[in-house]
Design a protein around this ligand. Structure first.
Ligand SMILES: [Zn+2]
Length: 287
């Protein structure tokens, strides 16, 4: 796995202007259409105001609005540097270390440390949006082929956000009482939910999910593209391959193994530094 090094980081983010460009790009993408005047346009950075202005109607966008970076006097590249350190250091970084590395006061370092940690934990509770696939797999202490009788096995609910992350939850039984609270917790109601034709999913629209696509595997109607559960099934095959490494996985620790598999899947693009993910989710901060 290619590591994103400190030298690379320093070269990529030498000053505040570059940082702001980065935050704008990560949060607003390649903005070609003005949200105010609706015309095709480009945005120009206003150096004195941490904002970008539509060249046609002068509407301004503040990429740091609603984030801890909005009213900060600490330079933006210090913030990104702190985020970089906190996401790449295995054991985390203390306020004391940030104070020393960044050369800021302990009070500032402590605040940055705490605010970034808040965003990181909000990210774990983020609800999936867009196209979300849900499926279940039965896993036991030793792997048996799919379709084989599940005896001592536990069902695992897999939830995958297309082009995004996965989450896996071990449950006792597959029924509405166990599954729906998990789906409510992890999926935004605006999402399009793809499932197979299992009965348990038939009440999803009643539960408030607007769009529910049922993929009918029984009729061998495997579909590519938006309407499928191929992504979640792909993740399940990754989990099954773990059984080749570990041979025996006890029920007691099954959730830990699922979490590990999810972590690995969620960090499958090493070229996208983890701290970019943080930048993307800056607005999750809630003071
Ligand atoms: Zn405009």
């Amino acid at each position: 796995m290619a590591k994103y090094t400190l030298e690379q980081f320093r070269a990529d983010y030498p000053n505040d202007a570059v940082c702001l460009d980065k935050i704008f790009k990560v949060r607003f993408g390649d903005l070609r259409c003005c949200p105010k005047c609706g015309r095709e346009t480009t945005f120009k950075r206003i150096p004195t105001r941490k904002s970008y202005q539509c060249r046609l109607c002068y509407y301004q966008i503040y990429p740091c609005a609603g984030t801890p970076l909005e009213n900060t006097r600490t330079p933006l590249n210090y913030w990104l540097y702190a985020m970089y350190l906190m996401t790449t250091t295995r054991t985390g970084v203390s306020a004391k270390e940030l104070e020393r590395i960044l050369g800021v006061t302990y009070k500032t370092a402590w605040r940055m440390n705490m605010q970034i940690r808040k965003i990181m934990s909000a990210m774990q509770n983020r609800k999936f949006t867009g196209i979300v696939e849900v499926d279940e797999v039965y896993l036991g202490s030793t792997y048996v082929r799919k379709g084989a009788e599940p005896k001592d096995k536990k069902p695992v609910i897999g939830i995958v956000e297309r082009l995004g992350e996965v989450r896996g939850v071990v449950v006792d039984k597959v029924n509405k009482e166990t599954i729906y609270p998990i789906l409510d917790k992890n999926i935004d109601k605006s999402a399009t939910v793809n499932t197979d034709e299992a009965k348990v999913y038939l009440g999803l629209e009643k539960d408030g999910f607007e769009k529910h696509h049922i993929i009918r595997h029984l009729y061998k109607c495997y579909r590519k593209g938006a309407k499928s559960t191929n992504t979640v099934e792909g993740w399940f095959s990754q989990i099954r391959r773990m059984y080749a490494t570990h041979i025996h996985i006890s029920e007691k620790y099954l959730q830990n193994y699922i979490n590990e598999a999810a972590f690995r899947y969620n960090h499958r693009f090493p070229e996208t530094p983890m701290f970019e993910n943080l930048v993307l989710n800056l607005s999750l901060f809630d003071e």
